[in-house]
Ligand binder design. Structure first.
Ligand code: BDR
Ligand code: CA
Length: 327
């Protein structure tokens, strides 16, 4: 019997998305049904090739779908996300990975149609992981809300309940980019589908060090070399833009919260409301009332690094046991 978890990844790759996708592909318990691309970190013509690069790099046959080129409220207005939005991820959106790509796995289905088709095929079995803005998910809900209620779970990288935002004082980037989309997802699905937010409260509680990335580069073969390459540009940006030495790899941490739930040190049940007024636009606010989402508040650094290394270079278990022993 196939016991693998069926996974859909919605993403805007993105350096940390890239790390997350590599981890998800390495997880033997995951059956990744598709990678759905959305404009966010960069425009769709930049992020989609990055997803294709990663499936080629790992020689996998995972369909990659094109999704929304702009936020929900801009659809039909002829506006598309420009390629100069966020420089954090470098001109190619993936830290100068230098990887080739082909259209081998490019699907001709739109992201939201693919999502709906897979949920109909596997009702109540699919775990959706979102690592970018929620535009594709909102579009799928607008098309067929009843089918979307048959997701098994949704895990969203996004938001911040207690910590300051990283895009405005209140908002984290993914939610800020398309707050209307996130509002639809929470309002329409949170009462029926288990929803988790891995926001800045959780991700910023764990900083990956230069040494840890270097170890992967030295010992992790081609995969480790790629990670070291793309993360050195990411860490450089963290230092020069935020004065943070090391890397908070948001999307990777989100995937690891699913592959290895022991990395979650603290979580909370909250009633989440998405703020849409100008000042607080994109804020995920905990309000009074019956909790509708789970929020990851703290991550265990040692456990996370161990889990990541085990996924990226399982053949080096002895070394990992020595350097990052199980608690
Ligand atoms: C999120 O924003 C993006 O820049 C990252 O890829 C991550 O998904 C962090 O705020
Ligand atoms: Ca992302």
């Amino acid at each position: 019997m196939d016991k693998k978890r069926k996974i859909l990844i919605d993403t805007d790759p993105g350096i940390d998305d890239g790390c997350a996708i590599l981890a998800a592909m390495a997880c033997e318990q995951f059956d990744i049904l598709g990678i759905l691309c959305v404009a966010g970190n960069k425009s769709l013509p930049v992020v989609t090739p990055n997803a294709l690069r990663l499936v080629d790099f790992e020689q996998r046959n995972i369909p990659v779908c094109v999704g929304s080129a702009c936020k929900l409220k801009e659809i039909g207005m002829g506006i598309v996300q420009e390629n100069d939005g966020v420089e954090f991820h470098g001109a190619d959106g993936m830290g100068g990975s230098g990887l080739d790509y082909s259209n081998r796995c490019l699907s001709d289905m739109k992201a939201w149609d693919f999502m709906l088709e897979k949920i109909k095929e596997y009702p109540d079995e699919i775990d959706l992981i979102t690592l970018g803005p929620l535009t594709n998910v909102a579009l799928a809900i607008q098309k067929d809300k009843e089918t979307m209620k048959h997701l098994r779970s949704i895990t969203v990288m996004g938001g911040s309940f207690e910590r300051k935002g990283n895009t405005t004082p209140y908002a984290e980037y993914n939610i800020w980019f398309d707050a209307e989309a996130c509002d639809i997802v929470v309002k329409e699905l949170a009462d029926d589908v288990k929803m988790t937010f891995v926001g800045l409260d959780g991700t910023h509680s764990c900083v990956i060090s230069y040494d840890e990335v270097t170890l992967l580069g030295y010992e992790g073969g081609k995969r480790g070399e790629l990670l070291q390459k793309i993360l050195s540009s990411y860490m450089r940006n963290y230092w020069f833009k935020d004065g943070l030495l090391g890397a908070v790899i948001h999307d990777l941490f989100t995937v690891l919260c699913i592959t290895n739930p022991e990395v979650i040190k603290e979580e909370r049940r909250v009633r989440c409301e998405i703020q849409l007024d100008d000042e607080h636009y994109g804020q995920t606010k905990a309000v009074e009332g019956k909790p509708n989402v789970r929020a990851v508040m703290k991550i265990d650094h040692q456990k996370l690094v161990r889990a990541w290394m085990m996924l990226m270079m399982p053949e080096k278990q002895e070394l990992i046991d020595r350097m990052f022993p199980e608690a």
